[in-house]
Design a protein around this ligand. Sequence first.
Ligand code: 13P
Length: 252
Amino acid sequence: MRKNIVAGNWKMNLNYSDAQRLMYQLLEYKKNNKTNCEVFIAPPSLYLTMAKDLFENGEIAIFAQDVSEHNSGAFTGEISVDMIHSIGINGSLVSHSERRLYHGETDSNANIKIKNLLNKNLTPIYCNGENLEQRKNGDYLEVVGNQTKTALFTLSAEEIKKVIIAYEPVWAIGTGETATADQAQEVHAFIRDLIASKYGKETADEISILYGGSVKPDNAKEIFSKPDVDGGLIGGAALKIDDFSKIIEGFN
Ligand code: 13P
């Protein structure tokens, strides 16, 4: 179901005590404030159990940053869908641009991971987006369209409704350079129309599409105000309670 969501991707940041402190601050914030959006965090996998235990009443949904496309076996360093399912995690990011860049992940890998997550009733947050060259060449809609089709278009309508999409233009990630609200809206509307062309408008309207890339307290509200932007996937600004809570309040 389409919802407003602010999700924090902690990436490979924070030691154990800093992670614990931030989780306690988030719990406190959620207890004392009514939010107009759902709040998710994706901490490093080492801290998933701590997060699950702390947010035992589901105040904040907990996501992994990645899962293996294999079910089990000799895949050193990886974690499986079954493992995160067994500790009650809500879902996982899939094909974040840093996984694509540093680990060679493709949309075909994403397609397998998304299906595996859905088979366990977990929520995939599928990330896509063009790089700077593709943006400059004017190829960005074609790139994002092809990514979306490869990763998602083998799913049934019932399945695709359960996927959250995060459009994260690579040139805006961690660079301080944000897509304007209109640039985000253009791509979000394009993704939604593409899904509508295959699955129908009703299905496309059920899907939350988040924007990610240098979302900060001072630009969140404007970006979230666009009709096809259903929230944000936040990197750097998710690591400080003051910034993250102000971004959440972009929905107030
Ligand atoms: P920044 O908000 O640090 O640009 O990161 C965005 C991102 O990659 C979230 O997944």
